[in-house]
Design a binder for this molecule. Sequence first.
Ligand code: MG
Length: 303
Amino acid sequence: MTFQLATISTSEGPRAAMILNGHAIEIAKATGLRQDETILGIFENLDANLERLEKLAASDPAGVALSAVTLMSPIPIPPAIYCAGSNYADHAAEMAKANGREPPKDPHELGQRSWHFIKASRSAIGTGAAIPMPAHSKKLDWEAELGVVIGKICRNVPEEAALDFVGGYLVGNDLSARDLSRRPGMPENSSFKNDWMAHKSFDGACPLGPWITLARDVAHPHNLKMRLDVNGVVKQDSNTGYMIFNIKEQIADLSARMTLYPGDIILTGTPAGVGNGKGEYLNSGDVVTVEIEGLGKIVNRFE
Ligand code: MG
């Protein structure tokens, strides 16, 4: 039976929920188990817990209509959020053009591996939540991304086994303060020129959701249409098939350096169509919608 996993806001705090037939079922209420209160609790031993949840889903459990619940980030505070930099060729070209450089070569040809930066876990925010405009930035930009949720402890995993460690997928938006990516007054060739923290981490910088679609229900993660619009105007319209370094490569590279844990999220890069390519940025009142085929959509308003 197909269901998704979400976190909903309740009077007792964030609670893990199963999304089934348009309803949200608070899992711990149905099972009486404390470990089922959070998605991280369920992800601690995902395969065994999914077997239990299958039985719950088959029992036609009572739930609340999805329209009546408030969805949060599926993992409210992920253990870590790793983000692939410049991982779609068309996006790498538009950023190079915006910075007056030639489009880069395929990094595979140069013998390079995937690379990532970190977004602060506390910047995760759910669909429907209003996001405060960061007061310190005048160039707030969007980046539609496929998010991978790690499903089990993952250390030094070869590419061919990497997808076995994926628990699920979600929709992400890697919000970026473009005017803070480089520190003013620093020489171009300084090792300390870039400021990834200011560029990528601020309150609300990482919309995630609407829920986790289990890996077993995503047969082709590298063939999913992805789309982002601002106030209904389409800005990004692509497919996860255009990634430069695929999900397997990213998991192999990350796990070679750092153990990945259940609930860690990898944002896998964004295609062309970010605002920076045209000098367009977000303003107060704008509504951004990101949708990925089969995974749902996230909608956030900026204020
Ligand atoms: Mg990104």
